[in-house]
Every structure is written in structure tokens, then in C-alpha cells.
Ligand binder design. Sequence first.
Ligand SMILES: *Cc1c(COP(=O)(O)O)cnc(C)c1O
Length: 381
Amino acid sequence: MNDKFVYAPGPTSVRENVRLERAKATTNPDVDEEFVEFYKNTCDKIGKIIKTENPVYILSGEGILGLEAACASLTEPGDRVLVLDNGIYGRGFKDFVEMYGGEGVLFSDEYNKAIDINKLNEFLDKDHNFKYATIVHCDTPTGVLNDLSKICPLLNEYGILTVVDSVSAMAGEDIRVDKWKIDIALGGSQKAFSAPAGLTMVSVSEKAKSAMNNRKTPITGFYCNLTIWENYYKDKWFPYTMPISDIMGLSKAADNILEEGIENVLRRHERCANAVRKAIREYGLELFLSDGYSNTVTAVRIPENIGALKLKEHMLKSYNTLIITSLKPYYNEILRIGHMGENAREDKLVYALSIIDKGLKDLGFETDKNLVSLYNQYLTE
Ligand SMILES: *Cc1c(COP(=O)(O)O)cnc(C)c1O
């Protein structure tokens, strides 16, 4: 199971120092106050990466937990919630809103480009009676990046709280939680942070906190209730036993990012992603998007006569390499190159592109170009 070369837009590859960190002996996270300090210190590192002074919490559960927790904690029966929909995850938020009794109102835009801020503005001009809005930063199945720097301040002007799923963008794309007025920002350990799957990171603004504390009805459930974290530091108490080894790994992964420097990390992603996009086009393939390209993942249209599923199977069988397609309805149309976190490195990317190049040619794609040469050429430009 572990001998494959895996190159997906999450979970990403985990650096050796992060893997080793998780193998270390641990203290008892329930009763040792040193762990409380360590936990807070790790949360502060995340805060630095996402540029916020708001409290950050690390919850025990993969990214989806954060999405559900935000909806569970904010939604009261009958609340109107604006769901920004230009991708599969974007639309999916509606289900979480409605699970907790809210009315999810879709603002839908085309799926092959970033949300049009003018259209959103027009929409809000007519209807802005929403408690909060959900926005996906990078919608991973298509790789579309939404411009939070415009969307979130606009929603804020209308008094609408902002819940942002940045699971596949955070630490690979810039996110400025405070400056852009993001009330709840959600991340996951297994994407650009390049730590193993299993943790959600959540930042909560003062406004979001007071919305949760001033509800007329109590929050349903315990695991998804974000208010249970509020006093952990003061009380030196956690709502449940924290997965200490996972958090030790995440802490080391955050050190890796901060040691390289977050701006350098972002530039590395940009450089890789730019070269990939140019190489793909020059090679004779099309990108799925017409604008709003995320630097964390590139969605490539695979010609119909080959099909993304067949290409994926072929690369796995012939080259022991797992490079994945997209979700329905795009699963036979799109191949995804997930250059995020530790995957946004030349050695891994060159290898992945060489397999895609071979795989396509094996299946009859005709070109006299080489994907790796093109990538290298654009990388040095
Ligand atoms: C990966 C991801 C999540 C986390 O959920 P999965 O269970 O890995 O699908 C949430 N949102 C986005 C945009 C993601 O890419």
C-alpha cells in the first residue's frame, strides 16, 4: 500500500521530520498543563500563517468536521444563510446549513471561474438578510480560487458573517483572516500544511463568538459546538482528550512553513503552479478553468477519446503512480495535479508530470512535445 508514488490534491506527502515527530513519546494531554501550553503555541503558529489575532483551535477530526462545526454553531432554526456556489464544495455547504435547520440560499455562479464580485454585489443589493455566508476559498475538484479579499469585506459591509472553507488553500494561497474580515476560517492538516489527515484548524472572530453565545436556542451536539473551546486556556481543560501525536506532527509541519517563511512558501506554490499551467497549455491540453486558478491544484481536461479515469488506471497499473481525477460530474473529464504543500516541489512535480506525459502518449495522445521539458522551461523563465 505504501510503495506507490501518490500525487493528489490532499492528503499530500508528509516530510520525514513531521512523521518522526508523531513517533515520539508523549505526555498525558488531559492532565499535563505543559500540553496546554504546547497546544496554544501550535494554534498561535497557525494564526501566524493565516494572519490573524483571533483565537485558533485545533479540533480532532478531518476538515469536514470544521465545516460542520461552523454550521452547527452558527445556525439556528429558520436562519437564512447565503451559500456561495461555484463548485462542488461550495454547493455542499447547503446540506450542512439545512441539517441544522437553516435555510440555505444559493448564490450560484459558473463553475469554471472565480465568483464574479459584481454579480454578487448586485445580488446583495436586492437581498442581504443573511446571518452568515459560506465561501470556499479553493474549490478543490475544479481548482477554482475565489477572491476572499473582495468577497469577505463586501459581505461584512452588509453585516453578514463569513465562514470560509480554506482547507485546500491555507498555507498554499494567501489568506489574511483579519484584514479580509473572515469570521470563521477553516483549514485541514492534510492539504497544504502537509501533515497527516485528522485535524481541523478553526479561527473564530469576536463577532462569530458573540453570534454563537447570543443564540436563542442551544447549539445541537457537542463535538461540533465551537463554544466548548472558548475557555480551554484559562481553565487548562479540553473538552475531550486531544490527539497529542497528531498535534505534535502538525506543530512540526507549521515550523517547516514558518522556517521557510510563509511568503516564500506562497511564492513556491505560485512558481510551480504557473509553470504547470503554461506547460499544460503548450503541450496541447486545456485547463478546466478560464480564470481563478488556484496555486494549490490544477484541473486539466483530458481528451474524451482517452478519458481521465482510463488515464488514472493506466498510470497506476503501469507506473505504480496514483494521480487522481475529479469528483462527479467531472470524474472522467478532469485530471488533477495537486501541487500543494510538500507536493509543490520540483522533484515530485517533475516525476508526476513525466508519468502524465508517458501515460497520455501510451493511450494515444499525439504530440511531439514533452511535458517535463515544457515545465522546466517555464519554471526558469
Ligand atoms: C479536502 C477538503 C475538505 C476536507 O474534506 P474531505 O473529506 O477531504 O473531502 C474540505 N473542503 C475542501 C475544499 C477540501 O478540499
